[in-house]
Design a protein around this ligand. Structure first.
Ligand SMILES: [Zn+2]
Length: 433
């Protein structure tokens, strides 16, 4: 069964009318979610709100813990940054009376990245503000609007007196921004769906993802030799040494973006592989040569390459940096915690991608724009390890991970319409009674 089940015009009209009737509630739910400062380790109140949203929609939400010991042997598992106690994911499932269609997972993550310099924001990052049809706030685009679209799409079907004629799963997960272990735990705990769609945002346009890079997080610790600055030559400055290491990584980044290293999905991309120096800590005193510095790095992985091979390359780069004469006497160590993730390709011709694209065309009159992402999402799990079709499709957003992040509310409603029709076409529909 490869083509979407036909939706009769009356049902389609009823579904689209229901989405329109729910627009006010959708914006209110988005504001509710943005208010939660759901950083790593602080996701629970937002998850509780998502559980409430599922319950208000007639589903019975349940918790899905992340059992790190049980997942540790899985090839998609990433070394955690913090403990999982009290940090469960939330999921919900609809089961049809008669399963006729294909099952579907609509998933999103509640975790957000730090707001950066809060004083640079036009309005405070966790006080949702609507200006010119956009909602501003950290996580508004990435990806609380997508969580809203998914639950509202389901709710619209119900409001139209319909329900999916196949299992529909929904989940709100943790740690999409650092490991993906929340999504992995959910995938392992629930029945395997035929397809998964994650409403991750598009970069300034509503996008259908066709590929994404993988990511490795590495932590490089440089131990120098402390000295008083008056004897600076006697010491090895750990922070300056970290700078030498950084230069090696920038050379690596340049090489990895050359045409011969590119997957075809990224042929037109100007810089798919990014090495980001995200954090640096070190030093003790302005007048002491610093003893130790630690740099937190994020290194992109081209689809088709193994993240573990890239981890070995990172180790080699650091070892190579250690032979630089400027680092004589310094000690270098690498640790891997956080993302150890392969890239993925989401074939635009797979049935779920075609189903989403068809519904996007039905709603907007145009084909969705394809997007090969230089960042990663949780959709990789279903493609790489789940034996399920997967893609991301979500509303246009601006400045995700930046200052004044925002999402277009019209785009969010449009994505809700597309997801509602996608559920109907993919799963089939049956009357609620
Ligand atoms: Zn995201």
């Amino acid at each position: 069964m490869d083509t979407p089940l036909p939706i009769d015009p009356g049902a389609r009209r009823a579904i689209l009318d229901a989405v329109a009737a729910l627009e006010g509630e959708a914006v209110a739910l988005l504001a509710r979610l943005v208010r939660h400062r759901s950083l790593l380790g602080q996701e629970q109140s937002c998850l509780e709100d998502m559980a409430a949203a599922y319950a208000e929609s007639g589903l019975a939400p349940f918790r899905v813990p992340v059992d790190a010991a049980a997942l540790a042997g899985h090839p998609g598992f990433s070394p955690p940054l913090i403990d999982y106690a009290g940090r469960d994911n939330v999921a919900a499932m609809h089961r049809p009376r008669a399963a006729r269609g294909r099952s579907l997972m609509l998933q999103g993550h509640v975790d957000v990245v730090p707001e950066g310099a809060g004083d640079l924001w036009a309005t405070p990052p966790f006080e949702p503000a609507v200006r010119d049809g956009r909602m501003y706030g950290r996580g508004a685009g990435d990806m609380k609007a997508g969580l809203v679209s998914a639950v509202m799409a389901w709710r619209a079907l119900r409001l139209a007196g319909l329900q999916p004629a196949a299992e529909l799963q929904m989940a709100a997960v943790i740690e999409e921004e650092c490991t993906g272990n929340g999504a992995l735990a959910v995938m392992q705990a629930l029945p395997r769906p035929d397809a998964c769609v994650i409403p991750e945002p598009g970069p300034g346009f509503t996008a259908l993802y066709v590929a994404e890079v993988g990511v490795v997080w590495a932590w490089v610790t440089v131990t120098g030799r402390p000295a008083h600055v008056r004897d600076m030559q006697a010491g090895v400055n750990a922070i300056e040494a970290a700078y030498v290491v950084a230069q090696k990584f920038k050379e690596y980044e340049t090489a990895m973006n050359r045409a011969e290293h590119r997957h075809p999905a990224f042929a037109g991309h100007n810089h798919p592989i990014n090495v980001n120096f995200g954090t640096i800590e070190g030093g003790e005193w302005n007048s002491s040569v610093p003893t130790r510095a630690r740099v937190g790095l994020r290194v992109g992985v081209m689809p088709g390459r193994s993240c573990r091979d890239v981890a070995r390359e990172i180790e080699r780069l650091v070892a190579d940096a250690g032979t630089d004469p400027r680092l004589a006497g310094a000690r270098l160590a690498v640790a891997f915690r956080g993302f150890m993730a392969d890239g993925a390709v989401f074939d635009p011709d797979q049935p779920i991608a075609r189903a989403v694209a068809d519904c996007h065309r039905a709603v907007t009159g145009q084909a969705p724009r394809h997007y090969a992402a230089a960042a990663l999402t949780d959709a990789r799990f279903y493609t790489l390890y789940g034996g399920a079709q997967a893609t991301c499709y979500g509303p246009e957003a601006d400045s995700i991970h930046g200052i004044d992040e925002s999402v277009g509310l019209a785009a969010m409603h449009e994505v809700t319409r597309v997801l509602a029709l996608t559920i109907a076409g993919w799963c089939g529909i049956e009357p609620t009674q």
